[in-house]
Design a protein around this ligand. Sequence first.
Ligand SMILES: *Cc1c(COP(=O)(O)O)cnc(C)c1O
Length: 400
Amino acid sequence: MSQINKFYKNLEKIVKTGKTPHIITSGQGAYLTIKGKKRLNFCSSHYLGLAVDDRLKKAIKKAVDIYGVGTGYRTLAGTHILHVQLEEALARFKKAEGAIVLTGGYMTNCAAIQTIISKEDIVISDELNHASIIDAIRLSQVQNKFIYKHKDTAELEERLKKSVKMQKTPKKNGEQRLILIVTDGVFSMDGDLAPLPEIVKLAKKYGALTMVDDAHGEGVLGKKGRGIVDHFGLHGQIDIEVGTLSKAFSVMGGFITGKKSLIDFYKQKARQFLFSNALTIPDTAAVLEGVKILEESDKLVKILWENTHYLRREFKKLGFDTGQSQSPITPVMLPDEDLAKQFSAKLFELGVFATPIVFPMVPKGKARVRVIPSAAHSRKDLDFGTQAFAKIGKELGIIS
Ligand SMILES: *Cc1c(COP(=O)(O)O)cnc(C)c1O
């Protein structure tokens, strides 16, 4: 067999063991239609229900009628007035000096790190950071990277001390090595929060830059859903705030907020910005409307949190272990991987869609079904979901 044949044979063998995702034939509201049946949408990151919001739909139709669809390269002929308005709106929303919008959270993390960090700098990263941060660090080709135990600020401080020692040797060009501390804001598997106040304190003490990925915090934490920096009252004290427009904003794209000089630098130098097309007109118009909705009222954020507290109370009453979450992310712990898969399959039969989370997304022995309520759910929807959990939990002997 030729090498190329072998290559394809091997791929076939590998993909056979993978799973194919369900195909959804409805919008992403409180319910999803899958295989012709309505099922409770119990694990999406559309925290505020904006994926099917009428105002967003209207804003898109209006913008498309006027401007059409496509844009272009931001640095060539693709910077549309809507992009500028969106960046201004996001900067205001995050109470920052400036904002840059890219076409995905993943891309944004890559831009945020790669553009400012070079080989000889130093990056210190939480072990549970999102894959896009891990890849962003790789892309920067930084040689000195330290991974600290999840939220372990004592270990972080040790790493900082070591980094400061390394700074004694300058880079080849004579400049001092930068130190960057990077963390998720809300950790997506457990829903716990980064110890940002302590991180900021340590960063100041040792002269490090700070970066937080607020993908699961935007639209969720802080006043009017401004995110984790607002939640901790740390405006102006985190150098690089990364956000995604695909979770609470329910569209697509990502953005960075920070000091004006930093944002302008990204706009001139970030490869992900220079060599990839901009957000389309409908995407941009939709997010602009989403920011407007949040600025106008905290109604959706309040409903999201009421739903979160209600859901957690109900799960606890039933006897489920829902971990240590401080956000709407609600892991229902089912230590056994097979049990988690079985649980999710049985939920599906009962009309509830919540996917199992198993190794390697979480460590072995920490399998779970991850539930995420949204502002689109009514009490009745949440009751429908928890009743299905109760029935299956008893059936499988997880609760009594
Ligand atoms: C979802 C997510 C991303 C990726 O965002 P996309 O807009 O989907 O590319 C990045 N970081 C974290 C922490 C996320 O949860």
